[in-house]
Design a protein around this ligand. Structure first.
Ligand SMILES: *Cc1c(COP(=O)(O)O)cnc(C)c1O
Length: 361
């Protein structure tokens, strides 16, 4: 049998191939990709109506990346560069999504992956991912910040490649989401809202918007609006938080690695950072699912609650163009979803009458 030539796929092939000119890659960089990026920008006018706003809202639905969070954009670059340098082991500390992404890209690169997770504090879907992709999974009896400290120390030994966002190429990959939004909207939005945990993403988006603007691929720059959870709001409160707590596990971080980057993004863009309570997070989490059919993980509800508060406080002028990043998929955290939903299935006998009774028919 003759061997067929590999087809030249006429489809999206990931953020490195699409945006190579803006990324720290060269012809010799092996491209480790799962075709991440190219995520939809979904209008969400039902939500705007529900919160009493009068502006246009677009959600960058990063849940549709290969491991269901935005972390894949940075990980494709981090793992490709690690491979290029001949590293054999990648390591990260994670509240869940970084480990899922690192484990997947390492598997594809035929590299070893080690993940350090805060013991008992990560969402089940994310844990399932790390285990399935075959990462060496270590549960640290402590919080994310403690796990990251250990990873930093191991990184200094030179034996492992750290793929947390303290690795600058992660930020480089993540900035491609800002490029995509400009390409999708035809320009930058007026406001960009996003959740802030370790603060890598707000740093990355602002870098991306600035670079696209400098390259004359967009005419304007957005104001960056970040939201932390009230129990894990070091940047808003102005000091590290020793025992961060919030239902939104992806942003349960007390001492953000990119604190400075977040501060710059907010200062340079005439932006804003504030916190929202867990009650506000859960309310927005339910509202976006019920009004738009968009299921996100709780961290994504922080900027949604933030938008609602900004509308209430008159901070979003009528007719504004607002983008918000939905960083991860709702299915990653089924326990929180089932408890937040507020009801469970009605159990009935297997008869038509029983179902009619439930429906009141
Ligand atoms: C990582 C993550 C965040 C926080 O992003 P930072 O870059 O750490 O600020 C928010 N939401 C989800 C779903 C995440 O995975």
């Amino acid at each position: 049998m003759t061997v067929r030539a590999r087809p030249q796929l006429d489809c999206w092939q990931g953020v490195i191939r699409r945006y190579a000119e803006h990324l720290p890659v060269s012809n010799v960089t092996p491209i480790i990709t799962l075709n991440e990026g190219n995520t939809p920008l979904i209008p969400a006018q039902n939500f705007v109506e529900a919160i009493g706003g009068n502006f246009q809202l677009f959600l960058k639905y990063e849940a549709l990346n290969p491991t269901c969070s935005f972390k894949d954009r940075g990980m494709t670059v981090a793992v490709s560069k690690a491979r290029e340098r001949g590293a054999e082991i990648v390591i990260c500390a994670s509240t869940g999504n970084t480990s899922a992404s690192a484990a997947a890209y390492a598997a594809r690169a035929k590299m070893k992956c080690v993940v350090l997770l805060p013991h008992g504090k990560i969402a089940q879907g994310k844990l399932a991912q790390a285990l399935m992709y075959g990462a060496t999974t270590i549960a640290v009896k402590g919080n994310f910040d403690e796990a990251l400290r250990i990873v930093r120390e191991l990184g200094e030994s030179g034996k492992v490649e750290v793929v947390n966002s303290i690795n600058p190429v992660r930020i480089e990959g993540q900035k491609t989401a800002a490029f995509e939004i400009c390409d999708q909207l035809g320009d930058a939005p007026d406001f960009h809202f996003l959740p802030v945990g370790n603060a890598g993403n707000i740093t990355a988006y602002w870098k991306g918007y600035k670079e696209y603007h400098a390259a004359e691929k967009s005419d304007t720059l957005p104001r960056m609006f970040g939201f932390q959870a009230a129990g894990a709001a070091p940047i808003v409160d102005g000091h590290p938080v020793a025992n961060p707590h919030t239902v939104a596990s992806a942003i349960r971080i007390g001492n953000p690695a990119s604190w400075e980057g977040a501060r710059n993004a907010i200062a340079e863009s005439d932006g804003y950072i504030n916190k929202v309570t867990d009650e506000e997070i859960i309310a927005a989490y339910r509202l976006i699912a019920r009004t738009e059919g968009i299921f996100v993980e709780p961290a994504c509800a922080a900027p949604l609650a933030g938008i609602a508060n900004c509308v209430r406080d008159g901070m979003v002028p009528e007719g504004s163009l607002v983008a918000a990043t939905m960083t991860g998929h709702g299915l990653k955290d089924p326990e929180t979803a089932i408890s937040a939903a507020g009801f469970s299935p009605t159990v009935v006998e297997p008869t038509r009458e029983a179902v009619e009774r439930v429906l009141g028919l």
